[in-house]
Design a protein around this ligand. Structure first.
Ligand code: HEC
Length: 103
């Protein structure tokens, strides 16, 4: 019963579709970021190379997780494609981590 009420409340709030199937793993997101992303995006997301968004300022992060996932999968300009290198779940973990860098 409590579950049904919670589901109804989430639906009413329009949040059901936004609830991920599984919570993001921020620790793994941070590891993947350090390994694959920090070289260009900077260890604190402050930007490492010209043209890389500064995640610590929230740049590009107004897009949905799905939109960002698509960009990281396909690559963008000099950013290489990560499809086949990282699983979608790992990319989503990094995206969740990126959202914690803003200050
Ligand atoms: C070789 C350097 C490089 C690496 C490695 C790299 N990026 Fe990027 N990334 C860039 C640059 C440059 C841009 C800006 C691309 C543009 O819009 O011209 C960018 C853009 C982005 C964007 C914004 C995409 C959009 O749609 O606006 C995201 C999110 C992102 N990177 C995440 C990551 C993640 C996560 C990783 C590691 C898995 C990563 N990047 C690794 C250079 C890099």
């Amino acid at each position: 019963m409590a579950d049904a009420r919670l589901a109804a409340a989430l639906l009413a709030a329009g949040l059901a579709a936004a609830v991920p199937a599984r919570a993001a793993d921020l620790a793994r997101g941070s590891q993947v970021f350090a390994l694959h992303c920090a070289v260009c995006h900077g260890p604190a997301g402050q930007g490492g190379i010209p043209g890389a968004p500064k995640f610590n300022r929230g740049e590009r992060l107004l897009q949905s997780d799905q939109a960002l996932l698509g960009s990281v999968r396909r690559g963008k300009n000099i950013m290489p494609a990560f499809a086949g290198v990282l699983r979608d779940r790992e990319i989503l973990d990094v995206i969740a981590y990126l959202r914690t860098l803003q200050r």
